[in-house]
Design a protein around this ligand. Structure first.
Ligand code: TXA
Ligand code: MG
Length: 337
């Protein structure tokens, strides 16, 4: 299959492909999505094939207006309503009980569906043009870092999907916050661009699923199937080092023999004696989020033996950055102080 590269002015072509059951990668403010008509189970199946995604991992449905939300879900709890009116359009996904119109392929057989309204003019215009919601996971090969530019999508999916809309770089740079209302207290299943503090300032109590910060064991019950899978991983081994800039640099400079590289902070970079790519300043969590996946992909392209990443602070959006990195590192953090 020849993958067409479309511009933001080609949305009519993209809408036609989607109407005919095809796949189009779309820019959003978080990461690029791989979209299909969310109401067409056969079209949605192709997403799983193109990505190599396990079929028990459900997809997020993207909408452009609240009428679409009412079409898809049975009920909207008061707290969900409050968050929606505060943070949509934006990087927040809500899990709600699904109506039967949602195909089994989208919800992977669960009784719930994940929904968000993206804050990106191209995504919103396209959904409006289609007139139906778009199911879209991140547009990467399953397991690899999510794409934050159209080049990343080409690298992973060229020849496997109908088209890619080039919408430049994604501003948030990592995936949306996923929150479920099926638990007694609303629970964050995946941290993202909207922080826990932002959420509790609107609805009060909110909890973070334990699987966000710790690994899960085989057989554990999980709230979100995505938690079971290794994610965001470069092909190279990634080791996460926790400590001050001085200790991090000293540790890496003392390593011998291997083709080591560093995923570091701006403050570390010039003192390191291995190839290093910075993912932002040590306390600039938004910059770290926006740069992380691109930096991981760049480092991976050099095929190092080990990538030594400087562990971020799990504060604010840094919680999401930390979550992606500990998953990439298999939940192992080495203290170097
Ligand atoms: O920012 C984003 O959320 C991006 C852009 C494209 O919108 N999308 C994205 O989709 O990250 P994906 O498929 O890579 O991640 C969706 C996550 C998975 O961990 C999945 O298990 C979880 O949401 N999920 C989806 N539906 C669910 C449901 N009904 N219950 C629990 N978890 C669900
Ligand atoms: Mg993904």
């Amino acid at each position: 299959m020849q993958t067409k590269i479309l511009t933001q002015t080609d949305l009519k072509i993209a809408a036609e492909i989607l109407e005919n059951g095809g796949l189009v990668s779309i820019p959003t403010e978080t990461v690029y999505g791989l979209a299909a008509n969310a109401l067409d189970g056969e079209a949605v199946k192709k997403i799983f094939e193109a990505k190599g995604r396990p079929s028990d991992n459900p997809l997020i449905v993207h909408i452009s207006n609240i009428k679409m939300l009412n079409q898809l879900v049975k009920e909207i709890p008061e707290n969900a309503r409050k968050l929606i009116s505060e943070f949509w359009p934006g990087p927040l996904t809500v899990i709600l009980p699904a109506k039967s119109i949602v195909p089994r392929e989208v919800s992977a057989g669960l009784s719930t569906v994940a929904i968000r309204m993206p804050n990106h003019p191209v995504a919103i215009d396209l959904i409006d043009k289609c007139g139906f919601p778009l199911a879209a996971p991140s547009a990467n090969l399953s397991g690899s870092p999510s794409p934050t530019s159209s080049k990343h999508v080409v690298d992973d999916l060229d020849g496997k999907i109908d088209a890619i809309i080039d919408g430049g770089k994604c501003s948030v740079g990592l995936e949306s916050t996923v929150i479920t209302f099926t638990t007694k207290t609303p629970r964050i299943l995946r941290p993202g661009g909207i922080t826990k503090d932002q959420i509790s300032s609107v609805i009060g109590e909110v909890e973070i699923d334990p699987a966000v910060l710790e690994g899960i064991s085989i057989g554990d019950k999980v709230e979100s199937p995505g938690m079971k899978y290794k994610h965001y991983s470069p092909r190279s081994k990634l080791v996460l080092l926790k400590g001050s800039c001085d200790s991090y640099v000293k540790h890496i400079n003392g390593l011998r023999g291997k083709n080591n590289m560093a995923l570091c902070f701006d403050e570390d970079k010039e003192n390191l004696n291995v190839k290093a790519i910075s993912y932002g300043s040590v306390s600039d969590y938004r910059a770290q989020a926006a740069t992380l996946f691109d930096a991981l992909r760049k480092l991976d392209s050099y095929s190092p033996d080990v990538i030594y990443a400087h562990c971020p602070e799990p504060i604010g959006v840094g919680m999401a950055v930390y979550n992606r990195l500990i998953r990439a590192a298999g939940f192992e953090v080495i203290e170097v102080e």
